[in-house]
Design a protein around this ligand. Sequence first.
Ligand SMILES: *[C@@H]1O[C@H](CO)[C@@H](O)[C@H](O)[C@H]1NC(C)=O
Ligand SMILES: *[C@@H]1O[C@H](CO)[C@@H](O)[C@H](O)[C@H]1NC(C)=O
Ligand SMILES: *[C@@H]1O[C@H](CO)[C@@H](O)[C@H](O)[C@H]1NC(C)=O
Ligand SMILES: *[C@@H]1O[C@H](CO)[C@@H](O)[C@H](O)[C@H]1NC(C)=O
Length: 303
Amino acid sequence: MFSELLKILSLTVLVSDYARLCPMNCKFCLTGLADCTHVSSLTTVLAGIPTSIDKILLRGGPLTHFPAEAFRNFSQLKVLSINNFPLSSLPEHSFALAEPNSLTELDLSSNLIRGCGVEGAAFAGLHNLTALTLSGNFLGSLRTPWFQPLANLEILKLDNNGITYLQPRIFENLLHLKKLNLSTNRMTYVSTDTFFGLRYLMELDLSSNQLMFVSGDSFRPLTQVKEIVLFRNNLTSLPSIPKSTTTLHLHTNPWLCSCVLVSTITALKVKVMDPTRVTCASPAEIERHPVLEVYHVVCNTNS
Ligand SMILES: *[C@@H]1O[C@H](CO)[C@@H](O)[C@H](O)[C@H]1NC(C)=O
Ligand SMILES: *[C@@H]1O[C@H](CO)[C@@H](O)[C@H](O)[C@H]1NC(C)=O
Ligand SMILES: *[C@@H]1O[C@H](CO)[C@@H](O)[C@H](O)[C@H]1NC(C)=O
Ligand SMILES: *[C@@H]1O[C@H](CO)[C@@H](O)[C@H](O)[C@H]1NC(C)=O
């Protein structure tokens, strides 16, 4: 009887604690994570979340923009995720916190963010950021100043953004970048200095674009790269592939099987994934033949 009463009492305390620590549309605040859905006013929701929290997830609602420095009071925030909003712009100092800025992961995937709506200094102050996800927005084009403060960034996801072109040296300041995902965009070519400065990059994904040409020395700065993903593009020839590469995805491209190309790919044989799907589109006699099976045909080794 008494213990029952105690149970009810402690439960009431817990529930009221929970209510005090978390706004109505958020869960789990007691665990250090605020997981909020149906966010219609950022200011109201943030005012209800304890400032000592280290993770905030905001998932869905009618927000179209948010004020600069909205997160200022969360001095221990490490992970911030803002997804599925009709959010199209980011003001300067969007993610300013107390210095030093503690944010390490920022996920802004699946909003409606446009490149022209993102201020140059939108990511200012994020020196501790190691992962930035911008997948599934409408960036279209990128601006060099966005990336300048992110000296510790290791993972950058820019897939599914309708990106048509990358300006030379756009990633120059990302000295610690290890993974770069540019899959599923609309790029048709990659110029010489695009990847300048990415000397520690391990993984580059350029799949599902419309690449017709990648400048021969584009990948030269990538001296540590392990994996290069080029499938589903319009490539007829191959740029030079750094020696460090262990995994190369080349399928679903209209390869022009000259002796030079076939020799190059044959020399990289052990690194090529899905080799039977890496096929020639021309010359006509060997259309649809795997590149790795036509060396003797195109290089005329009998003469
Ligand atoms: C931060 O906290 C101060 C003091 O509690 C408060 O006056 C201010 O409105 C808060 N700022 C934001 C952006 O919530
Ligand atoms: C963030 O970076 C600063 C240096 O810019 C550093 O002093 C600090 O310890 C880092 N970590 C956190 C969690 O703030
Ligand atoms: C890049 O992003 C796409 C999603 O758009 C994903 O399927 C792919 O696995 C990612 N690439 C790498 C190398 O992780
Ligand atoms: C790339 O190839 C696809 C499929 O063959 C084609 O539909 C598309 O028009 C090509 N893109 C360019 C830019 O040539």
